[in-house]
Write a protein that binds this ligand. Structure first.
Ligand SMILES: Nc1nc2c([nH]c(=O)n2[C@H]2C[C@H](O)[C@@H](COP(=O)(O)OP(=O)(O)OP(=O)(O)O)O2)c(=O)[nH]1
Length: 168
């Protein structure tokens, strides 16, 4: 069981991102989401976190796989990945300051720009997340802060059940 969820809310060619105020995340744009509560399913967690962090209430969301990270041989953890496809006319004005940080819509092209500083390393898994129906386990291996290796391993959807938790 992974410890976190992350969600990307898409409206046309934009994604709603959060720049968290916590020292570790300060200045870094990332999806909304957070830590699973005890006995909480990933789906319930991500819907709760979206509501807490943005005020947006979604009934459901697409499960898109997992993202895990190892630092050298140390298992750093991981998160369940979700994508919401909002209507093009979905009204949510930004930038908005919340208790967590600043929310803003960012263009997908901006997110995919590998030269971009100040953004979590989303460009590795965004193309598959946006355009591929297959779900993947996206694995990062870090050396310090540097991505040393990245692989995407297809998940077998038949083993995904009960609130879309992939069985390990
Ligand atoms: N893109 C990306 N996101 C990450 C990585 N590591 C990691 O925790 N995240 C995500 C998972 C969560 O959605 C978010 C961290 O959320 P958070 O620390 O604010 O979670 P939280 O508020 O629920 O946790 P807490 O206050 O209870 O400690 O960042 C990473 O390496 N890359």
């Amino acid at each position: 069981m992974l410890k976190y969820t992350i969600a990307f809310l898409k409206r046309g060619d934009e994604i709603l991102l959060l720049n968290r105020e916590k020292p570790y995340w300060m200045g870094c744009w990332n999806g909304v989401g957070g830590k699973l509560l005890p006995n909480e399913s990933p789906l319930d967690c991500v819907l709760r976190e979206i509501n807490e962090e943005t005020g947006i209430k979604l009934e459901t969301i697409h499960y898109k796989g997992t993202v895990t990270w190892n630092v050298g041989s140390f298992d750093g953890g991981g998160m369940y990945l979700y994508l919401a496809d909002l209507p093009a006319d979905f009204s949510y004005s930004t930038p908005t300051k919340t208790d967590e940080g600043i929310l803003d819509w960012k263009k997908i092209d901006w997110i995919l720009d590998t030269e971009n500083q100040g953004i979590a390393n989303l460009h590795y898994f965004f193309p598959a997340m946006l355009h591929d129906n297959q779900t993947y386990e996206h694995r990062f291996i870090y050396e310090g802060d540097l991505v040393k290796a990245f692989t995407s391993i297809p998940q077998n959807l038949e083993v995904c059940h009960s609130n879309q938790v992939p069985v390990k």
